[in-house]
Design a protein around this ligand. Sequence first.
Ligand SMILES: O=P(O)(O)OC[C@H]1O[C@H](OP(=O)(O)OP(=O)(O)O)[C@H](O)[C@@H]1O
Ligand SMILES: O=c1[nH]c(=O)c2nc[nH]c2[nH]1
Length: 193
Amino acid sequence: MQALVDAIRQQGEILPGGILKVDGLVNHQLLPHLTREMGETFARHFAPLNPNKIVNIEVSGIAPAIATAMVLGVPMVYARKKKPVTMKEPAFTAQSVSRTKGGVVDLYVSSEFLGADDRVVVIDDFLASGGTLRALAGMIDVSGAQLLGIGCVVEKQFESGREKLADLNVPIHTLANIVRMSEAAGIEVEAGR
Ligand SMILES: O=P(O)(O)OC[C@H]1O[C@H](OP(=O)(O)OP(=O)(O)O)[C@H](O)[C@@H]1O
Ligand SMILES: O=c1[nH]c(=O)c2nc[nH]c2[nH]1
């Protein structure tokens, strides 16, 4: 997605620990025209798989996921990181590590909104080590739903998440790919894959 690649070139910043800051377009401020194009692009890519649900993880994955769900006309369910009293049991749960806040995070999805009838596409903001998506894929598996594909806005190729998730045997589609980044060489970003 060329507009996203251009925006990352303009706004992306390298932070310690191999973190790419794109708060101006993905993780804090959202730009409607970019978010809409993300949803349209994911929807075009995954529509042939005929999903009936989009699943993601709060918080930064919600915007591209709802943009995709709106184009496809299907519900979007997001894994919550703190279990509210409203959540009906049983809930599927897993743990992941937050890359931007540190520490282990619990993920919860109620069986009220995910189950054996569901054909799921997961949409998230970042594919880095793949740990978070691995945790979510495990919950989807336990629920009996079928995982059809994964879409992520930004892939950090140098963290090899795509290779680590290969055993899931589902297509992974990303919109921008960070090939490498360093203080010396800057951010090398290309179209997603
Ligand atoms: O592939 P991984 O190494 O697991 O990294 C990707 C995950 O890291 C971020 O979550 P984080 O909790 O940092 O942020 P968020 O609250 O902004 O979604 C991002 O939203 C992905 O879910
Ligand atoms: O804002 C972010 N920048 C990153 O580099 C990253 N990696 C995983 N999750 C991330 N979130």
